[in-house]
Write a protein that binds this ligand. Sequence first.
Ligand SMILES: NC(=O)c1ccc[n+]([C@@H]2O[C@H](COP(=O)([O-])OP(=O)(O)OC[C@H]3O[C@@H](n4cnc5c(N)ncnc54)[C@H](O)[C@@H]3O)[C@@H](O)[C@H]2O)c1
Length: 396
Amino acid sequence: MPSENQPVITSDRPARAVIVGSGSMGRWWARSIVASEVAELVGMADLDESVARAAVAQSGAEDPDSIAVGRDGVQLARDLGADILVNPTVPVAHHPVTVAALHAGIPVLGEKPVTETLPEAISLMAHTEVTGVPFMVSQSRRFFPQVRQLRAFVAEHGPAVLTSAFFSLFTEHDGFRRTQGHPMLRDMGIHAFDTARHVLGTDPVAVTAQGHRPPWSVYSHDASVTATFEMTDGSLFVYNGTWNARGLPTYWNSEWRIAGQNGTATWDGQGTPVVGTDNEDRDRELNAELSAPREAEPNQIDASLIEFVSALREGRRPLCEVHDNVLSFAMVEAAVAAVENRARVEIDELLETARQDAIAAERDDDARAVMESWGSVRAAITQAQAGAGEQVRPQV
Ligand SMILES: NC(=O)c1ccc[n+]([C@@H]2O[C@H](COP(=O)([O-])OP(=O)(O)OC[C@H]3O[C@@H](n4cnc5c(N)ncnc54)[C@H](O)[C@@H]3O)[C@@H](O)[C@H]2O)c1
């Protein structure tokens, strides 16, 4: 249930948004918000103010001078009376910036990954409970119409037995990913893991994984990985990802095959999914329905923004609210632990160890008490999910 403190935005006006972090994603968010009907960009922040100013300049805003810039995004949002803070800072800044915003009463739409570490993510669950202020993680890939089609197919023809997502794209990113630990899992895997949970309607139980760093890799840590997850329905989800292989690139969404009890779906990550059952007539019908022309609709971060603002207007929990998102992030960190320890890692054990670390590191007495009060992290997540209102098709 939404808390009493949850800020609500009326539907007769766009949400006033400040963006903190004006790098490549911050610039994309600026263009998205300026073009949006549900929000307006009132401020843009970065540690380097000139970077924030440059992000405003490329945003497409009619009057760039009317958009304030600053170094401290939360302070800027307070000064401007913003309704929401969008947080595409680097992952190490996600926890401190989000905690400050939640305690200032400002709902946060954060970029993935939720935080740099799992204890920090668990701490943010507690801070939303303490403040009653919503925090959604933008898992933008959930909002592709094809993902919704796959989810509907699995609901009708599942349960899934064996699912695979294969990501292969030769990419030499600059910036934080060069030195980030396990950049393939932490930067890309998170997208596929969250998509798998959403499409399959299951959550992770345990994982085994291995990583590889070929000599030509520009990354300090392994950017090639294979991970096999055991899910709550007993099915297996296999992820293969690499930034080190040239030729025949996959799309950014990975290539998918979902094999289920009563049907199988494949998706190249870009076009229309292809499905099959043991009935050829039915297959023709199903595939015709999937490829029928439909109206263009917002996807990626445009759709994340609509979902967040809609949830605030309706006083419900948004999709990808932090409690739910922690299970996607836990898949990343469990796979990292499985690579490093060369062992099968149970998600619940990892979550409980992370909770103890979060309690030890927490400086806020109320947040610490909340974490101590949970029966388990999984129980706190389940309780929050029980109060969630899901809106699969984003609407204005
Ligand atoms: N959804 C997607 O498809 C997608 C794609 C790329 C990146 N991302 C995510 O977006 C986030 C940002 O990635 P990026 O590629 O834009 O990084 P980037 O390094 O290009 O930009 C980050 C910016 O944040 C600023 N910053 C850092 N700490 C700050 C603070 N405390 N206050 C204000 N500004 C601060 C930096 O100065 C920098 O300009 C990451 O979490 C990344 O994983 C998501």
